[in-house]
Design a protein around this ligand. Structure first.
Ligand code: ADP
Ligand code: MG
Length: 761
């Protein structure tokens, strides 16, 4: 079944060539117990290794079952070792960190035998060699003889046809040697056993055939055999170790050096800790910035008003050109300032066409929109028997007007997002809304005008009835100007007056921290529209439309008080004087800005409409700075990640050195090079996962004191927040880096010559 044809083996060391085998031709029967005798260095081990496929012959041919092995590839040899050969070594060569049972199972594991079948077979074999009770011990808990029995059980595991034993009793006392020889003899009944030994006596007693060797040649053969079978039909299943086995093997190995593994994992997790902390901080700060931005969006909507001050780069450059006067001149003269107003102030011509354009804007981007027409409310309150004119307390416009509430195209719009309704109910109907500050305060004068002294219950305010006086009652024509009717009693009881109520009291939400001062009475768009409807054809409006002067003061119009403004104030149906656009968030704001810019495309300078975007100025600053800091810090921490992956490389390299013997053993029982790579990749995989998880856990714990410090310093609570997605990504990065770090040593391990690997101690 086994035939060697002029097998030669040369070892090259530098210039020196050692002819270990000098052309050996010998055949073996299917069942016999061959003892190979010979002095040390005669080539016995070399012969055995070549027969077992652990080492390659230099020339000649090894014919197995009539099939030449000249064309064998690595994987063919691996499969051959796994299925056809069982090795027994002088030094037992058991894997120390797994149990006796797992040692016996290993060869079957490689050939893909199922777990239960593996277990049963291994236990049966251990029973056969008399070690059933020792199955769960580690090899180093056994005596030499017992270890050799385990090695024999392992050699038998895959039912090989050939058992190769290299001085199996070399390290045993004579009594134990005899027991082992009995066992091997028993095995040889239905197998080919080739045993190398020093002990001629044992060979005589047990072997059926004795081959003597000297200087790489066969000296004598007690029972030669000539094989003439030539029908090559050797068919062996390929082996392969699955990743789970590799993991188990590495896990067992790692367990034997817990301290080192924990230290390594900890050291390599430091980079992860650093990055995780930085990310959680920047994540937290970004959330804070976003909150702040969202608030600033509410407080700084995009404003389109009659006039904008241009502060863009182009304008500033233009200004520098305009100013011909040098700074710090040496002339002993005083100069008149140049008029730069025309350069930086742009007048927006808000037209119906523009309003139409705005109406076509994607309303999904907008949380609220407010067209301010500056329409005045002539509001009278009846307080007991007295009547009081209610005037707005916040004089934001040139004229004393109440501000119109932003319209709400969406249900959960600006108002609901940012304000708590303290009393009443907010709706789109005609009415008034009272805004109070965070201390529930409003202007004292306004409270008085509403008929209260120092305070008023919500209920009293909600129940308060007010009347809006129409223009034709309020304005009396005297000559070419109009004056106001001062008999409030008469105005209040006029049947034209419109009854209005304060429908709700609103206060900025606690976590929104809106700027104080937005207090006072606001009217809804419905009320504004209703009043414009009543007043647009009133005497005073018609007169103002015709007149080229202000009919209320008989003064000429100027930039700050234009005819349009007065018309708007009186309730004529004019285009809005300002438009407030409240975007949903910063992304939609960009879309809105794009849309607004779109209107200006191809328009001449004087017809473009400019807007003011305060929020942009605030947020670009804060956002950019945060991003920059984060990138720099992460770059620094990444260095420690690189360091840790190099460290993993070194640790894996050390592990490869330590496990060289194990590599040899695995190769001897049929593991492929790939499987060896897998074993070490599994090891780095375990360390990588462990260090990643450890790093994240430590970083998570560190956010607690970090947050305490930040809260102490800045008053912001719970800023550092580790985003779970970031955590997962970091673990994956850690894993990837350790695997990369371990890749080279793993590859080195797989390239190790199995014969040399087995020889290391
Ligand atoms: P034995 O097992 O009979 O004692 P070996 O087969 O181990 O002898 O060795 C045969 C000869 O080949 C010896 O001279 C030994 O020095 C040499 N030899 C064995 N392995 C190597 C090797 N890897 N490199 C160089 N020389 C080797
Ligand atoms: Mg030897």
């Amino acid at each position: 079944m086994l035939k060697l044809n002029s097998i030669k083996k040369d070892y090259k060391t530098g210039d020196f060539i050692q002819h270990a085998l000098k052309g050996i031709s010998i055949s073996f029967r299917e069942n016999e117990f061959v003892a190979v005798l010979g002095p040390s260095g005669s080539g016995k081990t070399t012969l055995l290794n070549i027969i077992g496929g652990l080492d390659r012959y230099s020339s000649g041919d090894l014919v197995i079952d009539g099939k030449s092995t000249k064309k064998f590839k690595d994987k063919d040899w691996d499969a051959y070792r796994n299925h056809a050969i069982g090795f027994v070594f002088q030094s037992y060569n058991l894997i120390g960190h797994i149990s006796v049972l797992e040692n016996v199972e290993m060869g079957m594991t490689l050939s893909g035998v199922s777990a239960s079948e593996r277990r049963n077979k291994a236990l049966a074999l251990l029973d056969k060699v008399g070690l059933k009770d020792h199955a769960h011990k580690k090899p180093n808990q056994l005596s030499g003889g017992q270890m050799q029995r385990v090695a024999i059980a392992r050699a038998l595991a895959n039912d090989p046809k050939i058992i190769l034993a290299d001085e199996p009793t070399g390290a045993l006392d004579s009594k134990t040697s005899t027991q082992i020889m009995e066992l091997i003899k028993e095995i040889s009944k239905d197998k080919l056993v080739i045993m190398v030994t020093h002990n001629a006596e044992l060979a005589e007693d047990y072997a059926t055939r004795i081959v003597k060797m000297k200087d790489g040649e066969v000296l004598s053969d007690s029972k030669p055999y000539e094989e003439n079978k030539n029908n090559g039909n050797l068919n062996i299943k390929k082996t392969s170790m699955n990743f789970l086995t590799a993991l188990k093997l590495s896990f067992g190995n790692i367990r034997t050096k817990k301290g080192r593994t924990i230290l390594t994992a900890f050291a390599s997790s430091i980079g992860i800790i650093g990055i995780a902390l930085i990310l959680s901080l920047s994540n937290g700060f970004n959330i804070e910035v976003e909150k702040f931005e969202q608030n600033s969006l509410v407080q700084s909507p995009i404003i389109i008003s009659n006039q904008t001050v241009r502060m863009d780069e182009d304008t500033l450059n233009e200004l520098r050109g305009v100013t011909s006067q040098k700074r710090y001149p040496s002339d002993n003269k005083v100069f008149a300032e140049e008029d730069i107003a025309n350069t930086i102030i742009h007048t927006n011509k808000i037209t119906d066409e523009y309003i139409d354009y705005l109406d076509k804007m994607d309303k999904d981007n907008v949380s609220a929109l407010s067209y301010v027409k500056g329409t005045s409310l002539n509001l009278v309150s009846k307080n007991g028997d007295d009547y009081t004119l209610v005037t707005p307390s916040t004089n934001m416009m040139w004229a004393s007007t109440f501000e119109q509430l932003p319209e709400e195209p969406n249900d959960d719009g600006l108002i609901n997002d940012n304000y708590d309704v303290l009393a009443g109910e907010i709706s789109n109907e005609a009415g008034l809304v009272l805004f109070v500050n965070s201390r529930n305060q409003i202007d004292g004068e306004l409270l008085k005008q509403l008929g209260f002294d120092k305070d008023a219950s919500f209920e009293d305010i909600i129940n308060k009835k007010l009347k809006v006086i129409v223009n034709d009652d309020y304005y009396k024509k005297i000559g070419s100007i109009f004056t106001v009717e001062e008999d409030l009693n008469k105005l209040y009881s006029s049947e034209n007056s419109i009854i209005v109520k304060i429908m709700a009291i609103l206060r900025g939400k606690e976590d929104k921290e809106l700027i104080a001062g937005n207090t006072g009475l606001y009217y809804t768009k419905a009320l504004g529209d209703k009043i414009i409807d009543k007043n647009k054809d009133s005497q005073v409006v018609l007169a103002q439309e015709k007149a080229s002067y202000n009919v209320l003061t008989h003064q000429n119009f100027e930039d700050s008080v234009s005819k349009d403004m007065v018309l708007g104030y009186l309730g004529a149906d004019v285009v809005p004087s300002s438009i407030y656009i409240y975007p949903k968030d910063f992304e939609t704001k960009d879309a809105i800005i794009n849309y607004l810019d779109g209107y200006n495309d191809g328009k001449s300078e004087e017809n473009i409409i400019q807007y003011t975007d305060m929020a942009e100025m605030i947020s670009t600053l804060s956002g950019n700075i945060m991003d920059a800091i984060t990138v720099v810090l992460i770059a620094f921490s990444s260095i420690s990640l690189v360091v840790s992956s190099i460290m993993i490389g070194i640790i894996t390299y050390i592990s490869v050195l330590e496990r060289t013997k194990e590599i040899g053993i695995l190769r001897a029982i049929g593991a492929r090079k790939k499987d060896i790579t897998r074993v070490f990749n599994a090891e780095t995989f375990i360390i990588g996962i462990f260090s990643g998880v450890l790093g994240i856990a430590i970083a998570y714990l560190l956010t607690i004191p970090t947050n305490m410090i930040i809260e102490d310093l800045s008053g912001l609570a719970g800023v550092a927040k580790l985003n779970p997605v970031h955590a997962l990504i970091l673990i994956i990065i850690s894993l990837t880096l350790t695997i990369i770090g371990g890749a080279i040593p793993s590859k080195m391990a797989s390239r190790k010559d199995p014969v040399e690997a087995l020889r290391t101690e």
